[in-house]
Design a protein around this ligand. Structure first.
Ligand SMILES: CCCCC/C=C\C/C=C\CCC/C=C/C(=O)SCCNC(=O)CCNC(=O)[C@H](O)C(C)(C)COP(=O)(O)OP(=O)(O)OC[C@H]1O[C@@H](n2cnc3c(N)ncnc32)[C@H](O)[C@@H]1OP(=O)(O)O
Length: 290
């Protein structure tokens, strides 16, 4: 009981720190417009925002768009991760929402991955809290019942790549400057097994092994060839394509698609049930030499 109260206290403190704002008159359940045949209702949009993430829900299509807006590079800080989980939970609890498009409002970067400043010179408690937040983000997104589409409009190394990999479908903008991959080995660290498993699920064992051992950041055409991204589009077509892909996925009955997704994503259950222990302070200090 004490542990539950402590966890609730930690979550409340994280929420307060994250500065999440909910619309004052937001109803518990938004209208069920998503279940209406398209065209009967005028498009309705609802939005909520906090410091680092903006969410807009089109209640006529049931599709929400989540935009990362944490300059300079959308790094995944504890506050960012907290806001992400709260936003996702809010959408999942909303019966008007069936699909989520994730993209960036920051030019040239989707997400730079875990915030390196969160992993240096902090207390053991902070490392534990940070690492729990990283795992929670992945568990929630990878296991989400929503259709999730990553609209990758910039570079996406390490944890940024994990977010994209956790979605059901990845569309990336063609740009010779953009790269994506799990580059942990290049940084002298090891991608956790659930990063690895999520990567293997997308690209297969051989491609993942080579890419992970070399810590490769792939160009967009290379990422497309190996199946790390599903489609490549010019920047101006990204949103249109994401909406079209979403419509295709949402055409199916939710329950069949959701059960199929859950069946395919078995790693999710492994991590959820095994509760891997948090890396120690000395582990973080050794890893980042700080
Ligand atoms: C279950 C048991 C588990 C055990 C686990 C054990 C230990 C845990 C330890 C490790 C965890 C492993 C998994 C790690 C995952 C990660 O995600 S690590 C982070 C990896 N990220 C990167 O390597 C990205 C580095 N950044 C870049 O490549 C580029 O910044 C860019 C994203 C391509 C953008 O380039 P550009 O537009 O040119 O911007 P700048 O490089 O000039 O950067 C601007 C400022 O942003 C700062 N910054 C960049 N990335 C980060 C980051 N990840 N965190 C914090 N800050 C970042 C950069 O320093 C610049 O700051 P200043 O302007 O100089 O102040």
């Amino acid at each position: 009981m004490a542990a539950v109260a402590a966890a609730a206290g930690t979550f409340a403190r994280r929420m307060a720190r994250s500065g999440v704002l909910f619309p004052r008159s937001s109803p518990q359940v938004w209208p069920q417009a998503a279940r209406q045949p398209p065209g009967l209702l005028p498009a309705q949009r609802r939005a909520f925002s906090n410091n680092k993430i903006l969410v807009e829900l089109d209640t006529s299509s049931g599709v929400a768009t989540m935009k990362f807006k944490s300059p300079p590079v959308n790094s995944l800080s504890l506050d960012f991760l907290t806001e992400f989980c709260i936003s996702l939970e809010k959408l999942e609890n909303d019966r008007a929402c069936r699909g989520l498009i994730i993209t960036s409002a920051i030019p040239r970067v989707f997400s730079s991955g875990l915030d390196i400043t969160e992993m240096c010179g902090k207390s053991t408690e902070h490392y534990a809290e940070f690492w729990r937040a990283v795992q929670e983000m992945w568990i929630r997104l990878y296991g989400s019942n929503l259709v999730t589409v990553a609209a990758i409009n910039g570079s996406s190394p390490a944890g940024g790549c994990l977010i994209a990999l956790s979605c059901d479908y990845r569309i990336m903008v063609e740009n010779p400057k953009y790269v994506i991959g799990l580059n942990e080995a290049q940084l002298g660290i090891v991608a956790p097994f659930w990063f690895k498993d999520t990567f293997v699920n997308a690209v297969g064992h051989r491609a993942a092994e080579r890419s992970l051992q070399l810590g490769l950041l792939h160009s967009v055409p290379e990422a497309h060839r190996m199946g790390l991204v599903d489609e490549v589009v010019p920047e101006e077509k990204l949103q249109e394509k994401a909406v079209a892909v979403m419509a295709q996925w949402l055409a199916l009955p939710d329950h069949a698609r959701q059960l199929t997704k859950s069946m395919m994503r078995k790693t999710f259950r492994t991590l959820s049930s095994s509760h891997p222990k948090t890396p120690s302070r000395s582990h973080f200090q050794r890893t980042w030499r700080c």
